[in-house]
Design a protein around this ligand. Structure first.
Ligand code: PEP
Ligand code: MG
Length: 434
């Protein structure tokens, strides 16, 4: 271990022109690490606190100067000291001292935690993936690297039609994704990109050129309002591109955003208000009509009863490559917020069978890995995920590969999304010089 000798942080912009943090950390031996912090839009109410200045005259209240000041204010507790990753993250949690990281801000804490991870990996002369793998397995960082072993082929969830809070259209369901189920990561990426281009041409033909603009995650956001319209477009694109039968579909409905706690109804499509049992039937109808293998946040974040009902009554799917059987993945995002306590609650309630893992929902790398391990222990699938407000940082690509999880990374377009595909292409090619 080596001492931390410097920490720097500045305010930068994310992919939605909102301020976020870039944190850098330097160790005594010259090892450096940095991280650019992402930010959500359809955020769960139980997520760790993202600290923003709330001064309406500056970036509409979204500046993060206070979070930067907080990093300055704790430097004295970190510089000149040596830590393991677990010790460093624990120190940050203690310095914050609140249950949801509201004092320092989860954005400030995460910037430090991941910058430290990168610097530590460099210090141990380990590729980042190897460092993360060893963290997850509790292995010694100092043992010599055995070189790259057999890599797992991870599954990319590619969001190619955007709705909900990520677009200006009338689709209430937030994300429509494709998952190629064959081949290497390179072949999967090629299929995603080809389907994406075919989809664009189809949208242009059916709805006009003006409808090919994209939403926050780079997926198309045409003026459609029904799930079936989106799914039909995608199926047509898959067929025309020649990948029929080799690509599955997934949705993130982000149902908290169309739930009314007063009426206890979900407006899954404009004017269509359903209770959770009716919504279950709605989802099952879609699962029976399309090769959907995964639905994320099908109900509101605290509607454990609805999640548990869906777990018992979900339609069977054909060949789910992620489960190896006929079980639909029911993914908890806002439900779980990558928080070990919420994962425990969901396990007890039988509420889901997969974890969406977003590092900024919980704020440290150690807790993110703990969440992953808890989910695996419960035999859940795990999916490392980007946020809708992203940066050109590709840390999550290394994390997903290290954990052998799936990855949700948006469309194969726009720099902040493409960089995550590209990092995985580089990692799989085993041609990384750094
Ligand atoms: C999501 O809901 O899974 C997502 C990526 O969106 P956001 O970052 O807005 O929460
Ligand atoms: Mg989600």
């Amino acid at each position: 271990m080596t001492k931390i000798i410097e920490i720097e942080s500045i305010q930068i912009l994310d992919s939605r022109a909102n301020p976020t943090l870039l944190v850098e950390l330097l160790l005594e031996d010259g090892s450096k690490g940095s991280f650019q912090v992402p930010s959500g839009a359809s955020t769960g109410i139980h997520e760790a606190h993202e600290l923003r200045d709330k001064d309406k005259t500056c970036y509409g209240g979204k500046s993060v100067y206070k979070a930067l000041q907080n990093i300055e204010s704790i430097k004295g507790e970190l510089i000149g000291k040596e830590f393991t990753q677990q010790e460093f993250d624990k120190k940050l949690i203690e310095l914050d001292g609140t249950p949801n990281k509201e004092k320092l801000g989860a954005n400030a804490i995460l910037g430090l935690s991941i910058a430290f991870a990168r610097a530590s990996a460099a210090q141990y002369m380990l590729p980042l993936v190897e460092y993360l793998k060893r963290l997850a397995k509790g292995e010694d960082m100092t043992k010599p690297s055995e070189g790259s072993s057999e890599e797992v082929q991870i599954h990319p969830f590619a969001n190619i039609i955007n709705g909900g809070l990520h677009s200006g259209n009338d689709l209430n369901i937030q994300e429509f994704m494709v998952l190629p189920t064959f081949g290497t990561f390179e072949e999967k990426t090629r299929a995603i990109a080809e389907i994406y281009h075919t989809l664009k041409a189809l949208i242009e033909k059916e709805y006009g050129k003006s409808q090919t603009a994209v939403g926050d995650e780079g997926g198309f956001a045409p003026e459609i309002a029904k799930a079936r319209q989106a799914l039909d477009l995608i199926m047509k694109a898959i067929q025309e591109t020649g990948y029929e039968g080799r690509v599955k579909l997934a949705m993130d409905t982000a149902a908290s955003d169309f739930y009314s706690s007063e009426t206890k109804k979900y407006e899954v499509e404009a004017g269509l208000f359903l209770d959770y049992k009716e919504l279950t039937a709605y989802y099952n109808d879609l699962v029976n009509s399309y090769p959907i293998i995964s639905i994320e946040d099908p109900f509101a974040e605290d509607d454990f009863e609805a999640f548990a009902y869906f777990m018992k009554n979900a339609a069977k799917v054909e060949n789910n490559p992620l489960t190896g059987n006929d079980t639909l993945l029911i993914v908890g995002d806002d439900l779980l917020v990558t928080n070990p306590k919420r994962i425990e609650m969901a396990k007890k309630a039988g509420a889901c069978n997969a974890l969406l893992l977003k590092i900024n929902q919980i704020g440290t790398l150690t807790e993110s890995i703990e969440a992953h391990l808890m989910a695996k222990k419960a035999s859940w699938h795990t999916i490392v995920s980007h946020r809708s407000g992203e940066t050109t940082d590709a840390f999550i690509s290394d994390l997903a590969l290290a954990l052998g999880s799936s990855i949700k990374l948006g469309a194969p377009a726009r720099g902040e999304r493409a960089v995550k595909y590209n990092r995985l292409l580089q990692l799989y090619a085993k041609k990384c010089l750094q």
